[in-house]
Design a binder for this molecule. Structure first.
Ligand code: HEM
Length: 372
């Protein structure tokens, strides 16, 4: 029997800034996390696909290593940019997040192990570039699968968080924490939606590699451009099947939010659908006519808007699921403006520094080691 008191009491300490500030920061930082996570997860699989589908072994290995060499940096970025939303999730949804993390304690703990092993794997493979032997494809496959599992465990935890009514049953069935949330109807379409989105961004990753090599080695760059552009297109097309599956798995009340019950949710869904369609058409045109600017700037810009809509929609789904337990007006608030201002300045400076680092990372010229 479900105990309505299963949700821990709200932390009586007041929030140091208004609720909406934390909500906004959660959405912004999660958006940044999801971008790097998509490049990492999608890149890890697209590197393998490029190797498998390439008729020419030498070409396949070259694309493979060009992608894999960047993955340790993307993993570092994913972790760093995951910490920020984690803090805001704890502030706003701590009662739910800690409880579901305890219910799935062991898989949740294994996230650390999987990330550490995958990290070693990506470094190992990137150091094998240009060398014979050493089974880089096998190690890459294992690392990619581990990262895939990490994402899946996240989806388990963040979907279980939305269902306090299931915690008790799961906990009593396995108090040691060997649980997942596999009976949740939205779990698989939800994670598939994330994964297919990551594959699309993996395709964009290849488009950038093509652009970087366009002048240096045009033949190579054109092949990579085609493969990357098409991966983006087909993955985004697949979202038109996966997205509706996810929507259909949602409870009726939540589903109807996107069908007019909530003007904001419905508008976001429309923008997301239109943006996806426009991105497919533009990418198809860019692939046929080799328009680098279109594929490298316009399509990613539209994709970013679509992703932002999805991030906000995900938050609407969570708040709808938690409405019986979660009421923002219950938070005590005592704004500490001076501290908040310092935080804001540092936050903006941090983001700017990040952008500068990214620019330098992608535009740095290779330095050849000097011969003795
Ligand atoms: C390195 C591999 C990682 C992958 C593949 C990954 C993937 C994901 C995915 C798929 C979700 C969405 C889950 C869902 O709602 O269904 C997610 C959410 C999240 N991730 Fe990551 N993640 C990774 C690492 C991390 C790390 C290391 C942190 C923290 C230190 C982190 C923090 C978060 C947070 C806080 C959310 C949820 C934010 C919210 O609900 O608003 N992630 N991640």
């Amino acid at each position: 029997m479900f105990d309505p008191n299963i949700v821990p009491a709200l932390d009586p300490n007041p929030l140091p800034a208004p609720y909406w500030v934390f909500k906004l920061l959660l959405l912004v930082t999660f958006f940044l996390h999801i971008i790097t996570m998509n490049f990492l997860l999608g890149g890890a699989f697209v590197a393998l696909a490029a190797k498998w589908f390439s008729k020419d072994n030498k070409h396949g290995f070259r694309v493979f290593f060009d992608v894999v060499k960047k993955l340790p940096s993307f993993l570092a970025a994913t972790i760093t940019l995951g910490v920020a939303p984690l803090l805001f999730v704890q502030v706003l949804y701590g009662q739910f997040f800690y409880s579901s993390s305890i219910v799935i304690a062991w898989p949740w703990f294994f996230v650390l192990v999987f990330i550490t092993v995958a990290y070693y794997g990506f470094y190992y493979v990137s150091f094998r570039a240009g060398k014979e032997g050493g089974r880089p494809v096998l190690v890459q496959t294992i690392s990619a699968l581990l990262i895939f599992c990490v994402g899946f465990i996240y989806s388990n935890n963040f979907s279980l968080l939305e269902h306090p009514d299931r915690w008790g049953g799961k906990y009593l069935a396995a108090p040691s924490g060997w649980n997942l949330n596999l009976t949740e109807p939205t779990l698989f379409p939800r994670y598939l939606h994330m994964f297919v989105g990551a594959l699309a961004l993996g395709g964009l990753f290849l488009v950038y590699i093509a652009i970087a090599n366009w002048k240096r080695d045009n033949d190579y760059a054109r092949q990579v451009f085609q493969f990357g552009g098409k991966t983006f297109m087909y993955a985004t097309m697949a979202q038109f099947i996966v997205g509706p599956l996810y929507w259909m798995a949602l409870p009726r009340d939540t589903r109807m939010l996107f069908m007019g019950d909530s003007p904001l949710a419905s508008a976001l869904l429309m923008v997301g659908i239109m943006g996806g369609l426009v991105a497919i058409v533009l990418m198809s045109n860019a692939v046929r006519t080799e328009k680098l600017r279109m594929a490298g700037y316009v399509v990613p810009g539209i994709t970013a808007v679509v992703l932002l809509c999805m991030v906000v929609m995900r938050s609407i789904v969570r708040d709808a699921a938690l409405k019986a337990w979660f009421e923002p007006s219950n938070f005590a608030i005592k704004t500490q403006w001076s501290v908040f201002l310092i935080f804001l300045v540092l936050f903006v400076a941090g983001v700017v520094l990040w952008l500068v680092m990214l620019y330098r990372f992608f535009t740095a010229k290779k330095v050849e080691p000097s011969k003795p």
